[in-house]
Unconditional design. Structure first.
Length: 389
């Protein structure tokens, strides 16, 4: 069985040319947006550069299961046990506002407490917390940091759709111009580097944006990029347990019915009943069909299915108070707050280390918040709430 899976080694990654210089461009754009957000977002504080709008911070329990095959019982998953955890539900954009405006791309930040080993964040190696930053889509819209830069500029300058008041002819021209700029990097890329795979993901995302808004508890959330899984290479997802999903009453949300639809539905469901997710790992079996550096490609489950390695349980609780917003705002969910055995892999994932770190530092400084990792749920929610009383 061991021979089926690709063994981790540093050469599963290939750093793209000029990575560090391109990363500086990303960081400059991030800082510019975040500084501007203090006024532009209308809430009097700096917001995150991604997942800016939080829908709720819920306390939970993370149970690492025993009896898994050795290939899956790697890193933190090698030792069964229960850990305190919390989940921040959010929108995937870098704006706040009405849910209709922001769209249905959502995510979760999962923080697990009491994890042994040093993290890969050099300024907080001994936090003993472990985090996943996940989104409700299995792939990312860029394979390289270079493509990410010009795609982000298109979103910033043009948006995801042309203005509604254009004539049909003008709208068609605007769409053609947008697609040409996307594929060719605004005319800067040679044909062999044109972003066809990225365009495919964009078109899929555009279709998703037109779909109905599901309850946050009904979505599956992915790492999108690859991560190390001990001796192997993997992707991770958090998926609803069907028996709990079947009990959700507020299943499809109407963004035209109210300014805010995601948070009220989440708050109501958790007030009424507990919930449970499966934490699942998909191991890489073939770097050609399951590449590390091409985050636009979905790994075929026919080659390697997802296997449940842990349970994420959210007890019945009330997260509807105004203080929950402050708790969400102070929380930091960094994709590199993991141990070496779970190192994020690939250029896109590598860039997130410094982007998330600098974003968190800027936001906490500007909003006059202490930037400190909590040791347990009690430090976040208080002793009584953390104990579920």
């Amino acid at each position: 069985m061991t021979q089926r899976f690709v063994r981790y080694s540093p050469d599963v990654e290939q750093e793209e040319p000029d990575f560090e210089r391109t990363l500086q461009t990303v960081l400059e754009g991030m800082k510019q947006h975040m500084h501007g957000s203090v006024e532009s977002e209308g809430i009097g504080r700096m917001v995150r550069d991604a997942h800016a709008k939080g829908y709720g911070l819920a306390r939970g329990e993370f149970e690492i299961l025993g009896g898994r095959p050795n290939e899956y019982a790697q890193g933190i998953y090698s030792k069964p046990g229960r850990h305190e955890a919390m989940v921040r539900f959010s929108n995937g954009t870098n704006h706040v506002g009405s849910d209709r405006f922001l769209g249905p791309i959502v995510g979760i930040g999962l923080k697990i407490f009491g994890i042994e080993g040093k993290t890969l964040l050099e300024d907080e190696p001994d936090s003993h917390t472990f985090a996943y930053a996940l989104i409700d889509y299995p792939v990312f819209f860029a394979n390289t940091l270079k493509h990410y830069v010009f795609i982000q500029s298109l979103f910033a300058n043009i948006g995801i759709a042309p203005p509604a008041d254009l004539t049909p002819e003008a709208k068609q021209k605007a769409i053609h111009k947008f697609l040409y700029a996307w594929v060719t990097g605004k005319g800067t890329l040679p044909p062999e580097e044109w972003a066809w795979e990225e365009l495919g993901v964009f078109l899929q995302l555009a279709q998703k944006i037109q779909e109905k808004y599901p309850n946050l508890l009904l979505s599956t959330y992915w790492t999108m990029g690859a991560v190390r899984h001990g001796d192997y290479v993997a992707k991770v997802r958090v998926a609803p347990v069907q028996s709990f999903a079947d009990r959700v009453e507020r299943r499809v949300l109407d963004p035209d019915a109210a300014e805010q639809v995601f948070r009220p539905a989440l708050v109501a469901e958790l007030r009424e009943r507990p919930y449970e997710f499966d934490v699942q790992v998909q191991l890489c079996t073939d770097l050609t069909q399951m590449p590390v550096e091409k985050t636009t490609l979905r790994w075929p489950e026919s080659l390697s299915p997802y296997v449940t390695v842990a349970k994420l349980r959210l007890p019945q609780q009330d997260i509807g108070g105004e203080d929950n917003f402050e708790k969400m705002d102070k929380t930091s969910m960094a994709a590199w707050r993991v141990t070496e055995q779970h190192r994020p892999l690939g250029n896109i994932m590598r860039s997130r280390k410094e982007v998330y770190r600098q974003s968190s530092i800027m936001r906490h400084q500007t909003n006059n918040q202490e930037r400190k990792e909590p040791k347990n749920l009690a430090e976040v929610f208080g002793e009584q709430m953390a104990a579920g009383r």
